[in-house]
Design a protein. Sequence first.
Length: 262
Amino acid sequence: MKVRVLGCHGSEQLAKKKDGAHQCRTCGFLINDTVMVDAGTIGAALTLDAQRHIRHILLSHLHFDHIQGLPTFGDNISDSVEQPVSLISIAEVLDGLRTHIFNDTVYPNFLQLPTSQQPVFTCRVLQPGQPTQVGDLSVTAVRVNHLVPAVGFLIREGKSSMLYSGDTYITEEIWAVAAREPTLKAAFVETSFPNRMADLALASKHLTPALFEQEFRKIGRADLPVYLYHMKPRQRLEIEREVRQLSIKQVSFLSEGQEITV
């Protein structure tokens, strides 16, 4: 699998770096050019031609930083849709999109436009725990512990698979699923706040470096490459310092524009 990082932060910010400014974007990961995992960033990072290649979008939950790229993406491709793009998630997420986003009040209803017979988007419900074919990928949704109904994903292609935690706090099932998966080659795990903000992490159901270490060890694979995402830009350097002090062998911090082969 080829994973392209369109956005990997917990909020948007033009951050200052030694070599110049860097645009931090919200979470969006493009797999094999055709499948999005979350949709915080699409149009801001892809040409129109690249957007037209997207056929499926996996959504972990309804929070805006994971769906905010959907409306403008829908608008961008609305005049060139030959087949609808499938929005794939648990029922609660898809119901939320219908009620709160594509309702002709917040945004035009691209579940019915340009026509009800050929809309920009169609919805496809995932049943947690059941592998589902998404293009050339096998996807299993696993419920995680967040403020709203949310899932992470085990995504497999052939003899390789990756784990995507989604937004989560302390949880169990997704790590157990990962521990049982013989093809697992990488884990993408959220880590949003530094340790000093543990109370906010609890209130918002996110991980800190200390909690990340506790949760990651449940997989039982000390050698597994792990990629951290969803860091808040203004605390990113602090989070990185704390993670580097952990005894985890293969940990990386994702950045926009990065490409990873799993």
